[in-house]
Design a binder for this molecule. Structure first.
Ligand code: HEM
Length: 582
């Protein structure tokens, strides 16, 4: 029967057979139920079967042994975040963590997500060579970063990590001191226009970070920067913004919906700019490398630049030179400890040059396309993280004036009233500033959570719970860093939390701003060195103040932790004297 006829019959029945109820019922049930009812009935049956199947699955049985909010059939706990604003999510997540403890499960539809905030449980995951796969949410980066280090897995990740980790060796980082200095000076100059005003310092930190990365990752110097590199920098910043939006707007998680939005069109244009420049630079660099090789000019290899030792043990045996080396020593990752020997006259090479060199001399099997993915990854990972990290430090110092005075006194001890550039040896003296940076990364970790996809069951320490294979584990760095078990007055900004006597017996996994274990941040040393040069240069020139106290910060956490209300500060020029006379 056609739809039209069935509708007509339905209404006819109503009009003409009112007196005969039994014939009406018979007539309707057998022939005249509108098709929408059939569809609905079918949908309900399918949903019920799905629900039953889900309930009987191993994931569901094991997952429901973990504490967490009551879940609805099929949608699970998805409705809990529906309609929530990005800036409310941090508070919301913390409330749930308070309510259920250090292990909380949630169902995102059929997907099991387990939140961990106990250092012992976190160690089980991060210290493992097995649980190194990233969660599916990282796929939003794929159009941009491809299979770069951040999202790749398996053998590809292992071999690329082995090649890239040594390019962050301290000897190579030392050769970036000039770039860090030059760009820090340049931002001091730009900040002059903001003296006496309240402004968002993140914009400045973001620009200077991209400029430094253009030079250290791709070898594009300030003098060779052109309109294309400016467009690239802008595109990197805008792409980060699109990915943030995809994370906190649930409907944008679905590719089909995202592709209908104007954001998708924008993303396509931005990626054209980003990939266009990376490809162009790689092509040019490779051509130059081959041309130089023909002339017999061969750049130093990574081994020559770093004098890498053969065994991991010898790396761990090296004595730690800076505070952060001590703090991060327990991570057992593949980043070396400081070696104060200088690289002397050796040429500065950008990460890209080092990768091209490794590919050409066959120490690593990496294609041009893969090099592009790794350069793009470094540009992303190195940008937003350090921009947020440095902005938080400047805001916190604006609030805690007595701590800023101590930082300035230390800098005055090192530099006096001179305007000279920062040397690597100076950075080793900046012990108080280093504590300030580490403490800021504790309270406001730029990467507030890390997610892994489990391919095997894991037994954690808390109640010997089993987290089943197939689930996503989210490690809540923000919350772990504020655990009163490990920090007295955990919500108070106190750089003395990083005095040696306060760190020596602390659980290594209670402080993980750079993650830890085999998949820890490969740029950790780069970031800390750059932050010291950049922040010391700014603080030697300006005093920062903030009208807003910490409890008024409106935090927004998606991939990167930021202030939704903006990183507002005021600055005034320093008289080059001890802080008490400023
Ligand atoms: C304050 C600054 C930084 C912080 C807090 C930070 C934090 C992190 C964290 C937590 C991860 C692990 C992410 C995850 O597992 O989901 C990570 C990975 C990574 N970071 Fe950083 N990062 C910083 C700066 C940098 C810089 C400057 C670079 C490069 C120039 C960089 C390059 C990378 C790369 C390539 C990875 C992926 C490593 C892998 O999976 O093997 N990071 N970072």
């Amino acid at each position: 029967m056609s739809t039209k006829n069935s509708k007509v019959n339905f209404y006819r029945t109503k009009r003409y057979d009112k007196s005969n109820m039994s014939s009406l019922l018979n007539y309707n049930f057998e022939f005249d139920v509108p098709p929408i009812f059939h569809t609905l009935l079918l949908a309900i049956m399918i949903m019920w079967m799905l629900h039953r199947w889900q309930q009987s699955s191993r994931l569901f049985r094991l997952g429901n042994k973990l504490p967490g909010p009551m879940a609805l059939p099929l949608v699970g706990n998805s409705l809990l975040i529906l309609g929530k604003k990005a800036e409310d999510l941090v508070k919301y997540a913390l409330d749930y963590s308070e309510k259920y403890g250090t292990v909380v499960r949630a169902w995102a539809g059929p997907k099991l997500v387990v939140f961990l905030t106990d250092a012992n449980d976190v160690e089980v995951i991060l210290n493992s060579q097995i649980h190194i796969d990233k969660s599916p949410e990282y796929r939003f980066f794929k159009p941009w970063l491809g299979e770069g280090l951040l999202i790749s897995s398996g053998e590809k990740w292992r071999s690329h990590r082995k090649m890239i980790a040594p390019t962050f060796h301290i000897n190579i980082l030392k050769s970036f001191m000039g770039v860090f200095n030059e760009n820090s000076k340049s931002v001091v100059k730009k900040l002059r226009s903001e003296v006496g005003k309240t402004f968002d310092v993140h914009d400045y930190m973001s620009c200077v970070t991209v400029d430094i990365l253009l030079e250290t990752a791709m070898g594009i110097t300030k003098t060779t920067q052109d309109a294309a590199s400016f467009d690239y920098a802008m595109a990197v910043m805008k792409m980060c913004n699109i990915i943030h939006q995809r994370h906190y707007k649930v409907w944008l998680h679905f590719d089909a919906i995202f592709k209908l939005t104007s954001l998708f069109k924008k993303q396509r244009e931005l990626l054209k700019t980003i990939h266009g420049l990376t490809n162009k630079v790689i092509k040019k660099k490779k051509f130059m490398y081959l041309q130089n090789k023909e002339k017999g000019i061969i750049p130093p290899t990574i081994e020559e630049l770093t004098k890498i030792k053969d065994t991991n043990d010898s790396i761990m045996e090296d004595s730690a030179k800076t505070l952060s080396d001590t703090v991060f020593k327990g991570y057992r990752d593949d980043l070396d400890f400081n070696d104060e020997q200088d690289v002397g006259e050796k040429k500065r090479l950008a990460f890209l040059d080092l990768m091209i060199e490794s590919a050409q001399n066959h120490t690593c099997n990496i294609s041009d396309h893969e090099i592009k993915e790794e350069v793009d990854t470094i540009m992303f990972e190195g940008h937003d993280t350090t921009a947020a990290g440095s902005s938080f430090v400047l805001c916190l110092l604006g609030i805690h004036q007595e701590i800023q005075s101590k930082v300035y006194d230390e800098l005055f001890e090192i530099f006096g009233d001179s305007d000279r550039l920062v040397t690597f040896a100076d950075t080793l003296q900046m012990k108080y500033l280093e504590r300030v940076i580490l403490e800021s990364l504790r309270l406001y970790p730029p990467v507030p959570a890390i997610a892994r996809k489990l391919t095997r069951d894991v037994q954690i320490v808390t109640n010997n719970y089993i987290i089943p294979a197939g689930s996503t584990v989210v490690i809540g760095t923000f919350k772990i860093h504020r655990d009163p078990k490990y920090h007295k007055n955990p919500n108070v900004f106190n750089p003395d939390n990083f005095l040696p006597e306060n760190t020596q017996n602390r659980h290594y996994y209670s402080y993980i701003p750079f993650s830890a274990g085999p998949r820890s941040c490969v740029g950790r040393k780069y970031a800390l060195l750059k932050l010291k040069v950049l922040l010391s240069t700014i603080l030697r020139n300006y005093k920062t103040t903030s009208e807003i106290s910490e409890d008024q910060f409106v935090l927004q956490a998606d991939i990167i932790l930021k202030r939704y209300d903006g990183f507002k500060i005021r600055i005034e020029p320093r008289n080059k004297n001890h802080s008490n006379t400023v």
